[in-house]
Ligand binder design. Structure first.
Ligand SMILES: *[C@@H]1O[C@H](CO)[C@@H](O)[C@H](O)[C@H]1NC(C)=O
Ligand SMILES: *[C@@H]1O[C@H](CO)[C@@H](O)[C@H](O)[C@H]1NC(C)=O
Ligand SMILES: *[C@@H]1O[C@H](CO)[C@@H](O)[C@H](O)[C@H]1NC(C)=O
Ligand SMILES: *[C@@H]1O[C@H](CO)[C@@H](O)[C@H](O)[C@H]1NC(C)=O
Ligand SMILES: *[C@@H]1O[C@H](CO)[C@@H](O)[C@H](O)[C@H]1NC(C)=O
Ligand SMILES: *[C@@H]1O[C@H](CO)[C@@H](O)[C@H](O)[C@H]1NC(C)=O
Ligand SMILES: *[C@@H]1O[C@H](CO)[C@@H](O)[C@H](O)[C@H]1NC(C)=O
Length: 362
């Protein structure tokens, strides 16, 4: 009987310890979420219609981003001022905290070195997606189109895991001279290294291009409509636009977008163009190049660019003719507006491209 009471007492103590532990844990969670509540407010941005909305068949919306200053993310400095100083060669007291340490293997791009391209396509491509690159070279970034619009096509890949694949991608580059092979391992979670690497490369090797267009290798692009858009509506010294998304930070560990509270304490992200298609000007790429070196690296590349833009007080422009889903070739959107759409495999890209050609060369 005595031993039974002893066990009961021990059980009771255990329950008490567990319960108080739960309380402390929950309290911690509560205070954490309270602490960041006002950042949620600061980032409750909204879309507003812009008056410039019908210069061409493209409509775009401007974004009202709320309170710039209520967004701590290291380094917590006035990034606009820091970039301005560094561009004027004025020394700053801060040390870079994201030093890009990878190398590029690439051919000399004559148009970049001897000329001034109107735009460059920087095409993020998984190194194994050889077929996507074949289809893209035959369609929206065909060499004859690149010639016609004084533009450049470059694929961005990391280093594959095997020697066999390394030789294959190098041979592909020997043939086409249109790949930048970056020295880190090619994988989804190294996408920020790819995008930031591309920004470093562009500033060092192609800094007289007027526009820089980031595209994924599963996109359809109407290059002709893109050029019209760049000439008419993006003709600004700073432009950053695409399909604008509003995302909350994902805390589910199984998700491919999982981010810990420690890496990103805020509830939502600043507005960002979806990573699949982003239009920027060289002027803004230079600012991003400087700002990225003073901003903590972040695993999701489009979120990282959104963070950089927010710190630079640049509002991404919502281009209504950029889509995150494939658009059917008989729809009105396809035939009158589409600048870019997402979700094409090599055969569907070729067929959609054929349909677009009928539109432009009836
Ligand atoms: C912007 O204007 C267009 C038509 O001009 C309208 O269809 C759309 O709903 C408006 N969007 C917003 C967010 O007000
Ligand atoms: C947009 O187009 C409509 C109809 O075509 C016109 O009434 C309106 O003034 C235009 N808006 C601007 C800002 O040019
Ligand atoms: C913006 O946020 C800062 C920092 O939280 C705060 O001090 C300031 O009052 C806010 N400004 C507005 C207009 O809400
Ligand atoms: C990213 O690249 C680095 C350098 O090659 C490598 O060590 C790391 O494992 C890669 N990360 C992922 C998630 O593959
Ligand atoms: C701009 O490009 C040229 C080569 O075209 C290069 O010499 C120069 O260093 C580049 N500028 C910067 C800031 O890297
Ligand atoms: C672009 O803007 C510049 C300067 O504002 C201007 O000189 C040029 O004519 C514009 N280009 C087009 C195509 O409108
Ligand atoms: C449009 O797509 C359908 C399949 O969805 C295809 O059968 C048709 O040939 C395409 N039209 C053109 C003009 O390419």
């Amino acid at each position: 009987m005595a031993s039974f009471i002893k066990v009961l007492r021990q059980l009771l103590i255990l329950v008490l310890v567990l319960a108080s532990g739960m309380l402390v844990w929950n309290f911690d969670r509560l205070t954490t979420s309270r602490k960041y509540q006002h950042y949620r407010k600061a980032l409750s941005w909204k879309l507003t219609n812009d008056t410039k909305s019908n210069l061409t068949d493209v409509q775009y919306l401007k974004i009202d981003t709320g309170n710039w200053s209520a967004f701590p993310y290291p380094l917590n400095v006035d990034m606009v001022e820091l970039v301005r100083k560094l561009k004027s060669n004025i020394p700053v007291e801060h040390k870079p905290l994201f030093v890009y340490q990878y190398n590029f293997k690439h051919y000399r791009i004559d148009k970049c070195v001897d000329g001034s391209p109107f735009f460059i396509f920087l095409i993020k491509s998984a190194v194994n997606n050889v077929k996507n690159r074949v289809a893209i070279r035959e369609t929206w970034s065909h060499s004859s189109l690149m010639e016609k619009y004084n533009s450049v096509r470059l694929f961005l890949v990391g280093t594959p895991d095997t020697q066999l694949k390394r030789s294959a991608v190098e041979e592909e580059n020997d043939l086409h001279k249109d790949i930048i092979i970056m020295s880190f391992r090619d994988s989804y979670h190294n996408n920020t290294l790819k995008t930031i690497g591309a920004i470093h490369w562009t500033v060092q090797h192609c800094n007289r291009s007027k526009f820089v267009v980031f595209v994924d290798d599963d996109m359809l692009v109407s290059t002709t409509r893109l050029v019209t858009f760049l000439k008419n509506e993006a003709n600004l010294s700073t432009f950053f636009g695409g399909y604008i998304s509003k995302h909350r930070a994902v805390r589910n560990k199984k998700s491919k977008w999982y981010v810990s509270q420690k890496d990103y304490p805020h509830v939502s992200y600043p507005p960002m163009p979806s990573g699949g298609f982003m239009i920027t000007t060289m002027n803004f790429v230079i600012d991003l190049h400087i700002a990225s070196q003073f901003t903590k690296r972040f695993i999701l590349d489009d979120c990282y660019l959104g963070i950089l833009a927010y710190k630079l007080h640049v509002k991404p422009v919502y281009i209504r003719s950029v889509y995150v889903v494939p658009i059917h070739n008989s729809s009105r959107l396809f035939n009158t507006k589409l600048i870019a759409a997402h979700g094409y495999n090599p055969p569907s890209l070729k067929s959609a491209w054929k349909a677009l050609q009928i539109k432009f060369h009836p």
